[in-house]
Design a protein around this ligand. Structure first.
Ligand SMILES: NC(=O)C1=CN([C@@H]2O[C@H](COP(=O)(O)OP(=O)(O)OC[C@H]3O[C@@H](n4cnc5c(N)ncnc54)[C@H](O)[C@@H]3O)[C@@H](O)[C@H]2O)[C@@H](O)CC1
Ligand SMILES: Nc1ncnc2c1ncn2[C@@H]1O[C@H](COP(=O)(O)OP(=O)(O)O)[C@@H](O)[C@H]1O
Ligand SMILES: [Mg+2]
Length: 302
């Protein structure tokens, strides 16, 4: 069946005058590992810069002070880690179980590294977290080792692979993933009604298997390490602000690309770095994203 092409950009819910941080999403980000504190920090800061009410970053204890030092506005939680500075899942599980209860959305993956424990962590997130998920980077590399997990997703889930990660997930070549990106990403998304695929790169695709959106914002200056970690935080923030998974992913890639364009206008493509995209998110949301009136009756539900 032909994919329905979506062109209109969703709106963000307008804030109520008496809104409080509990209304705009508590985000749990499980990210970071030795040498990749930056991935966790970029993701956490970007979730905040996209309107999240509260952001908690759980990262291996070895990098937690570093992650905390980048940004005072999120909270950080040290997870027991192994000798390589990556998460020790069995020892971390009790901490994660407590944190997940307080979360509206859980994002997993940036900078976690690759290990058996990361795979266990992703299995747990899929099977037990019970919250909307964003899976990126090393969470996708783990998923590639047990792709049947996709069929067991029971909560709205956005996966954000670049073509290399998508190729690993689906067992095809990166060349094929790029050449046949629409049908291949839609077929993957169609595996589970809860799944939305964001296939990144110039003209990022968002699909749920029925609909497809091709992003119009962004530029090649964004081909820089950490730009995807920023996007993960933005997607989590959109889910936390009560958008459904397809719309959340769509608005996130649009705003992220817009932030990249604002940063490019300032610095040019060559010198643009991921932190510039995160820093331009407020401008992108303020000037480039429209708001939708809240439904007062729904908002009043106790
Ligand atoms: N500051 C940090 O801490 C950073 C940490 N990072 C983390 O580093 C880990 C490894 O991620 P990487 O993505 O570098 O490693 P990968 O090995 O997954 O991907 C890199 C390769 O994927 C392919 N690829 C990516 N985009 C493509 C496109 N549009 N078209 C064709 N091929 C494409 C290319 O071959 C590229 O060399 C992740 O955990 C990630 O989150 C990176 O995000 C960089 C910044
Ligand atoms: N040529 C491009 N045009 C538009 N956006 C791009 C381009 N290259 C990369 N991007 C965007 O930058 C981000 C890169 O993500 P990713 O490859 O995961 O990087 P990292 O893992 O280093 O954070 C994606 O959102 C992607 O769409
Ligand atoms: Mg990435």
């Amino acid at each position: 069946m032909a994919l329905k092409r979506v062109e209109s950009i969703p709106r963000l819910l307008k804030r109520s005058p008496d809104g409080h941080k509990g209304n705009y999403g508590s985000i749990l980000i499980i990210a970071g590992g030795r040498g990749m504190a930056g991935a966790a920090a970029l993701c956490g800061a970007s979730a905040l810069r996209s309107g999240s009410g509260l952001v908690r970053v759980a990262c291996p204890a070895e990098v937690q002070p570093t992650v905390a030092s980048f940004e005072p506005s999120y909270m950080t939680y040290p997870l027991p880690c192994d000798g390589e500075g990556l998460v020790d899942f069995a020892a971390s599980r009790p901490v994660l179980e407590k944190l997940v209860q307080k979360a509206d959305v859980v994002a997993v993956g940036p900078g976690l590294g690759e290990s058996d424990d990361v795979l266990e962590l992703v299995r747990w997130a899929v099977e037990s977290a019970g919250k909307p998920l964003v899976l990126d980077a090393d969470a996708l590399n783990a998923l590639a080792k047990d792709v049947g997990l996709v069929d067991r997703l029971e909560t709205p889930t956005v996966v954000t692979p670049h073509p290399g990660e998508f190729a690993r997930l689906t067992g095809m070549t990166t060349k094929l993933a790029k050449a046949e990106r629409e049908p291949r990403s839609a077929a993957f998304a169609a595996r589970n009604a809860n799944l939305v695929v964001v296939l990144k790169g110039g003209g990022t695709l968002v699909t749920d298997g029925d609909r497809v959106y091709v992003n119009t914002t962004g530029n090649p200056g964004m081909a820089t390490g950490g730009a995807g970690d920023v996007l993960t935080g933005v997607v989590a923030a959109m889910l936390g602000q009560k958008l459904a998974a397809f719309e959340a992913a769509q608005l996130a890639v649009y705003a992220h690309g817009l932030a990249g364009d604002i940063a490019r206008d300032d610095s040019g493509e060559v010198g643009l770095i991921a932190g510039d995209i995160a820093d331009a998110l407020p401008d992108a949301f303020h000037h480039g994203v429209r708001e939708q009136e809240i439904d007062e009756e729904e908002d009043d539900v106790e």
